[in-house]
Design a binder for this molecule. Structure first.
Ligand code: NAD
Length: 324
């Protein structure tokens, strides 16, 4: 199997690559496990830290069509398309968001179409495609009404992928990820960045700002579980994604206040006092427009699993990312 990860230097891209190297196999087009011979990590930032002959690093800008044609070569079996401009950045820079989140995706699908062998294409979408009045339980096929440029851009690509799939050009699958928490490292430009910061910073004895109200609810998944879901979704047979190749992954719904309570339980009350509450109206508005109650029956029928609860998410972060 020859695998391409766009955004391979990003948070999820790097973890996906590490997990694939560890597994050594992926399901092929006939759903048989096949050895992974090559993983191309494509990103605009240079990717380092992988010492494995199966890893090929390509550094370049996805908005350059020549680069895309180079990385999607005739041997490519599977693509995890993760490269993106994240939510707050896409909101601030409309043109950049449109160019990277929409134009690049279309060009990528077109490059796949030219291959002629219908590669698997996994696209990571987001709950930001929803908004406005929502039913009691949100389903995969609930009408989309995004309230941010990022959400609109993800929704456009979901539909585009579905049509490339319907036409038989790609074996495309869309997974809408919950907000991934706890994310290690520094805050990023996602509106939901605080969902990691209010846990990560206090665990590292550093202050953190929470820009939304304590009762605001979030839909979360650990990075570890998200990667397992992407691989599981890749390996399922194409028929699992008929008639609709878009699936919400099973997250954990939790109020920000409950997240802070878990922090206190795991790290002590002093850790919770490192959080300063300072409402940011823009972030509050975006986060409030995202749904929190879900019908997960289809994902569960297809064998996708979420984290048991938020405490296990925090403990997984401590184990996976704070070792030493
Ligand atoms: N992390 C989350 O909470 C979350 C939730 C829902 C959806 N997603 C989606 O999952 C995917 C991966 O998310 P992530 O958290 O790893 O994001 P990330 O920002 O860490 O990674 C994205 C990568 O894309 C790269 N990139 C951006 N523009 C590029 C360009 N022009 N050319 C080449 N590379 C470019 C960036 O350098 C970065 O390394 C994204 O599509 C994101 O929208 C993430």
């Amino acid at each position: 199997m020859k695998v391409l990860i766009t955004g391979g230097g990003g948070f999820l891209g790097r973890r996906l690559a590490a997990r694939l190297l560890q597994r050594g196999t992926l399901g092929n087009a006939e759903s048989r496990e096949e050895k992974i011979e090559r993983i191309t990590l494509f990103d605009k930032i240079p990717v380092s830290g992988f010492d494995d002959p199966r890893i090929r690093v390509v550094t370049g800008d996805a908005s350059d069509p020549a680069t895309l044609d180079e990385i999607v070569d005739a041997a490519t079996d599977s693509i995890f398309h993760l490269a993106a401009v994240v939510s707050s950045q896409a909101e601030e820079d409309f043109d950049l968001g449109l160019s990277i989140n929409v134009d690049v995706s279309r060009r990528l699908f077109e490059a796949c179409r030219k291959l002629g062998h219908r590669p698997k294409v996994i696209f990571t979408s987001s709950l930001a495609v929803y908004g406005g009045a929502l039913p009691e339980l949100v389903r995969d096929d609930t009408a989309l009404a995004p309230k941010s440029s990022y959400g609109v851009q993800k929704a456009i690509v979901e539909l585009l992928l579905s049509d490339y799939r319907r036409k038989g050009f790609i074996d495309g699958r869309v997974f809408r990820l919950p907000t991934i928490s706890v994310r290690p490292g520094k805050p990023n430009k996602a509106a939901s960045s605080f969902a990691s910061g209010i846990i990560r910073e206090p665990l590292n004895n550093a202050p953190s700002v929470c820009p939304v109200k304590p009762d605001e609810q979030l839909w979360l998944m650990s990075p570890r579980q998200a990667i397992e879901c992407l691989i599981h979704g890749h390996d399922l047979g194409a028929e699992a994604f008929e008639p609709w190749p878009v699936l919400n992954l099973p997250g954990v719904t939790v109020a920000v206040r409950e997240m802070v309570e878990v922090l206190g339980k795991v790290a002590g009350e002093a850790a919770t006092r490192l959080i300063r509450w300072e409402i940011d109206p823009t972030i509050q508005r975006i986060i409030h427009s995202w749904p929190t109650r879900w019908d997960m029956s289809r994902a569960r029928q297809l064998g996708f699993e979420g984290d048991p609860d938020f405490e296990s998410i925090v403990r997984a972060f401590i184990k996976d990312d704070m070792a030493g």
